[in-house]
Design a protein. Structure first.
Lengths: 229, 229, 229, 229
């Protein structure tokens, strides 16, 4: 079932390892077969070097395992919240990558300090508020999704393809799981650059909106000129 | 004697090298054969690329060499203090890994700034007090163990599987030496993230106890849901 | 057409990857065939591991594609501005390398804190002013070149072979594209060292002019003694 | 001539590359044949991947080339100053390794913040004063040696086997060039740890003298217990 998506989800998880974004069994990536209403996600706590497409777990959008003998990643409910939030989200990735996690632990959004950032985000990479004790105690993983969506507000999820969960780490998403991994790599790089930026100049400010828009719309939307036709 | 433990201890020492936690002959890992009351430990000052299981030194719990022609690691007495402190400790690792050592040198515990940390520790990674001149001058390595146990207080060692020794570096332990190495890798990562966290937000605070407990007990204890059954 | 320059430009782009200066399709390098008035530049958004010399795009000095089916790098107009500014510039490189970009985002020049720096630059690595909204909205890439030349002032471009573009990242140049890549690697290293220098001593000052000149002219100009005759 | 020393000096230079201490042709290592009064040193500006033992340059202790067609490293005179300062110095290494150079650029000694440091140095890694303009203008490289010796004072060079030259970078030495390279690797590590230590705790202080002495004399001198007999 969903052989091609299983393969893509496995590859996405392995790419997280190759890019240095995960330690041990940290992190998880999933993809959505929207027509079927099925999620393919990494199993919980299985070493990356042993994973095959057959280890991927298939669940429905209520989180019930449809195929597979393994438990899905504990963060499944957060992934599902994102899939349900927008018809355009087809992949979700969560890591504890070092620099992005440091911003999440610091409880600060990553400001749009430069064009590298603007090439991917039309503004800061936001950070959620801390979850309340009640949100943590019951349905924690689903409430993590609620916190992300609360911070997204009325924006479509794809217009802001990543967020830091307060005290936790980055969640990233995209039209496909492959895109979501790409975004996870970028967020880690932006987090590293921003950390150094404020060390070099504690009064550093985000770039002007004109520059932000120029870079963002060179790469995104109808007027994009980056890349090949 | 203890062939399988010798192999595991060697492998643990080599894993420290592969994970980038040791330079040259820094660091040491040991394992305990509790039934026999014997410790298998890395020899002192032997290059990692020359070590074989036969180089591992076997001692009793008074630190006397039982098998082997080489001197054991100078830190043997600290390892033994941990083995004697709890019937559950089966492996001990000491490194001078860069970030964790920086916290030890700074004389600060590593606060529980995020869920990555809470997944492994139920609170800060503590730091000992500095040893007194008298403790340093006589039985220094044993007194390092005393300082660790003093800071542990009434807690069982496995409930807090690592500590920073003031002005020195991290000691980590676990049910096995393999687990202790895993913890040493995690402590280094937590130390790196925490260093960046306070640079990004000098007023960063530990996560709420509810979030800490949720993550900790997703992975530890009777109610754990992480990983496979 | 220009087979040897195509090969050199490809190699220069690949060297940026090997040196860790670019992520994904970030960065671009070009070379000039001055006699022919032709620029050979990396195509926009093509993965590095798929590029061959045939993918390089040949344009004239007005930015019109002369040979090749691919779009040139979006930053072409900035490269051309540098080629037109000095008869000695034969190669241009742009990266978003991590440390140099952090200085650009911080809006600060990299001070000449040591002899490593003075070996390559006769003073700070300058940073441009931020472009005005009007400069960003129309002919942005050409205006980026204008901003660089404005900051260069009356200096010949080769006397200051790199600059940080405010809120963006480093542009580097040289007599050849191979030299420009070498400079890009050096600028990244200088940026890293300078970042740590001001962390260690916020009051750090540039080295004395006598030391700066001694090092610079050991390696550059008629009195150079570095290297082989 | 001096085939075995040529091989050791080449290997020492290559080890600097493998350990990540040098970029391009930065850095240099030399060894002394004291009985013959001859220095074997890396040639200036030759890429490391092309160097063979035959490229090493042999000079006398006045810096005159005795064998070889290549120019010696520009820093030869500094190496010679160290060889002449103590009958025990047999190897000298100079790098621009990133963290140690940052401390040199900051103009600060590296405090003895921990036992890793004390294992190698009996106190801080000192930094020289800045050279005067007159010292820079004439016999600069020899005067760099003078500045090092001035800061050493009455200590034997081997009792303090490294120093930061103000605004420049580390010089390291030892009984052999192999030892000097080892020290260069350690100094870089100590510099990295110390940089993070003061970021974590700006009020961090050196370890107590009792702890410093305990560690130092576990590894050095007549009472050493580290390593094998």
């Amino acid at each position: 079932m969903l052989e091609s998506l299983r393969a893509e989800v496995l590859e996405a998880n392995l790419e997280l390892v190759r890019r240095g974004l995960v330690l041990y069994t940290f992190g998880n990536a999933s993809g959505l077969a929207r027509a079927e209403g099925l999620v393919v996600i990494k199993p919980s706590g299985v070493p990356y070097n042993e994973m095959t497409p057959a280890h991927m777990v298939v669940t429905d959008l209520k989180g019930r395992v449809v195929e597979g003998n393994l438990r899905p990643s504990t963060d499944l409910a957060t992934h599902i919240a994102l899939y349900l939030s927008s018809p355009r989200v087809g992949g979700v990735v969560h890591t504890h990558s070092r620099h992005a996690t440091a911003w999440a632990q610091a409880g600060r959004e990553i400001p749009c300090f430069g064009t590298t950032h603007a090439d991917y985000f039309h503004g800061a990479v936001p950070v959620t508020e801390a979850l309340s004790p009640a949100e943590v105690e019951t349905a924690y993983e689903a409430n993590t999704g609620v916190a992300i969506l609360r911070t997204l507000g009325t924006r479509d999820a794809l217009s802001c393809p990543a967020m830091l969960v307060h005290g936790h780490g980055p969640f990233c998403w995209g039209a496909t799981v492959t895109e979501a991994v790409h975004t996870a790599v970028i967020v880690e790089e932006l987090a590293a650059m921003a950390w150094m930026t404020i060390a070099i100049n504690p009064a550093a400010t985000p770039i002007a909106l004109s520059l932000r828009d120029k870079h963002h719309f060179r790469k995104h939307g109808a007027t994009a000129t980056y890349g090949q036709k």
